[in-house]
Design a protein around this ligand. Structure first.
Ligand code: ZN
Length: 153
């Protein structure tokens, strides 16, 4: 805990923002996009810090994107953590889940079963077709390696 550093709260950040009719908290100082807020001795973008303060943590390896497409917005209700950096065109309702430790084994099972098409699997797990195709290719590589090294008579 940074005892000597001034810590921020969501309210203190909101007080420095202009709240517009969309409910966006427009960080006044971010017209150039390059200003950071110091919190516990760490520099954060306003959006990253309000997300952190409201959610408690930022999932590792994620970017904080605004669902309202307002890059100056730091209203935590408008922010989502995603695996890709938004270019301001984020469409949160349609965003694909990515491959993770949970869905990869399930997708592999479905691929091995061979009942569903790659596209059906992609839709089932809300991942992209390309992600399924990549997994599918990896599996056939592994399977052919296994066959190749299987030296049982
Ligand atoms: Zn907003």
């Amino acid at each position: 805990m940074g005892r000597y550093l001034k810590n921020r709260t969501i309210e203190s950040i909101k007080n420095e923002c202009t709240v517009d009719e969309n409910g966006c908290w427009n960080w006044k100082k971010s017209s150039g996009g390059g200003l950071y807020i110091n919190h516990n001795g760490i520099q954060y973008t306003p959006a990253k810090l309000t997300y952190l303060l409201s959610a408690g943590s930022i999932p590792p390896g994620t970017y904080i994107n605004s669902t309202c497409k307002n890059i100056c917005c730091c209203n935590p209700d408008h922010l989502v953590a995603g695996s890709h950096k938004s270019t301001g065109r984020v469409q949160p309702k349609r965003v694909s889940r990515s491959l993770n430790d949970e869905n990869i084994p399930l997708i592999i099972d479905d691929l091995n079963e061979g009942i569903l098409s790659n596209l059906q699997i992609a839709e089932k797990y809300k991942v992209t077709l390309i992600q399924v195709q990549i997994l599918s290719r990896e599996i056939s590589k592994v399977n052919s390696t296994l066959k190749g090294t299987n030296k049982s008579e």
